[in-house]
Write a protein that binds this ligand. Sequence first.
Ligand code: PEP
Ligand code: MN
Length: 312
Amino acid sequence: MRIEFNGSRDYVTSEIKKLMTDVELIFSKNYIEIKNFDKGYVYNFLPKIENIRGVIRVLMKNDELLPLCYSFKATENINKNIPIIIAGPCVIYSWDDFLETAKELEQLNVYALRTPLFKPRSSPYGWDGYGKEGISRLKEIKKSIRTPFIMEIIDYRLIDSVSEVCDIIQIGARNMRNYALLKEAAKSNKAVLLKREPRSNFREFLYSAEYLLKYSCRNIILCERGDNLSDDVASIDTRMIKKIKKETDIPVIADVSHSAKRRDRVMSFVKKTIKYSDGIMIETSINPDASPIDTKQIVDIDEFKKILKIIR
Ligand code: PEP
Ligand code: MN
């Protein structure tokens, strides 16, 4: 933590010492560097330091703001030794199509299967999935499928019922900053996949991951899903993926479907991201055109197999 000041150094130093004990202070002409402070408690004294007469600003490094993200070691993994390829429909809309898709993807040894029952829709007129009623049917299907299930949760009150059937909880882009949901998802003991909200920056994204870690989630995957610049403009932030990989040990994958927005672009998005990421999320179905949501971007099993060849 660097404290830039233009007033009296002695005064600023004595005020800092009143607020923080047992820290190491390193002095320069216009700033004081503070080392060995308890990062978890920095917010208890940060506003007070900013208020010291003569302090211009306080600069914090990423590893000081995000101590749990930066010390995270990926040791737990729900599906060991295979690349993180998460595939399946955008939404479950037909149990027959879902089961057939699930069987195909299981044959192809994917890391986890998308099983969406709750869809956050931008328009209030859009169909939003089978919802809670679908859980019992999904439980039946789970008996015949070994691949772990992943499902987005949009309301923390659903966590218990969804946890009965899912191995990974997905926090969707819209809910990246839903801190009540993050806390409850973290406490569920499930693995959590967290998507980046469009246009949020590195720190904002990792603050949400920090929530998960603080509230005891031990198995976390981050997912870059691009920025919604306009309806047909496709984008994915490969620099974000690279930065997360460089600075932390948290697994990070690329959602090549919601970023590419069109199935003919998905392959190129895989090529663009797979050299940096730990895997992909990809909407896949035996019958993409039957999907009531995101129809244009879902790939069929043949295309998925071609994509697998590039990755594996
Ligand atoms: C999804 O993956 O089903 C989804 C809704 O994506 P996002 O949260 O990235 O919009
Ligand atoms: Mn979708």
